[in-house]
Design a protein around this ligand. Structure first.
Ligand code: ZN
Length: 176
């Protein structure tokens, strides 16, 4: 396993529509291991392949509980690899909460997302999996699957809420 460099804006790979994964070969397995390690090292709760420079449809999600970097309480969700994920159902209800992104470092902002989603995907063993997620977990899946379409949360953010957090933990308004 190795830590990969995280692509940050305005890297073009973040704006490409990612390609479907065919066979889960050694290269894909290595990429999954690297993405997992890179996400963990960066204290991320999700990562998409384009964020490490690979324009393919693969995401990894894991929520370890405890507090998010913005102080919010985080639920637990086991390490889950999703190859060619698709959102197949979403709730009528939406909710607004803060998001950040490893590819848009140190910036946070409020984004409206579906409260619940159902995701179909293939896991690292090639098995079909169905995930029913709500709240922050549903938000992470929507955020990561957006990456596969070349969409960043800053495309959906309420601009008035964009901010940085300084070393004293204070919110500093930010404009892109
Ligand atoms: Zn992101």
């Amino acid at each position: 396993m190795s830590i990969r460099k995280i692509e940050t804006t305005p890297s073009p790979v973040l704006r490409q529509k990612a390609k479907e994964v065919g066979v889960i070969n050694k290269k894909i397995k290595k990429l999954i291991a690297d993405m997992t390690e890179t996400m963990t090292k960066s204290s991320g709760i999700g990562i998409a392949a384009p964020q490490v420079g690979e324009s393919i449809r693969l995401i990894v999600v894991e929520l370890k509980g405890g507090k998010r970097s913005n102080g919010e309480e985080m639920p637990k969700f086991p390490l889950t690899v999703c190859i060619n994920p698709k959102i197949t159902k979403c709730s009528k209800e939406t909710e607004i909460s803060e998001e950040g992104c490893l590819s848009v470092p140190d910036i946070w902002g409020s984004v409206e997302r579906f409260k619940e989603v159902e995701v179909l995907a293939t896991n690292e063993k090639g098995e079909n999996i169905k995930i029913k997620a709500s709240g922050l977990v549903a938000r992470v899946f929507q955020h990561e699957i957006d990456h596969l379409e070349g969409v960043l949360y800053t495309d959906r953010v309420d601009y008035k809420t964009l901010h940085k957090i300084n070393s004293k933990g204070e919110k500093i308004p930010f404009e892109i």
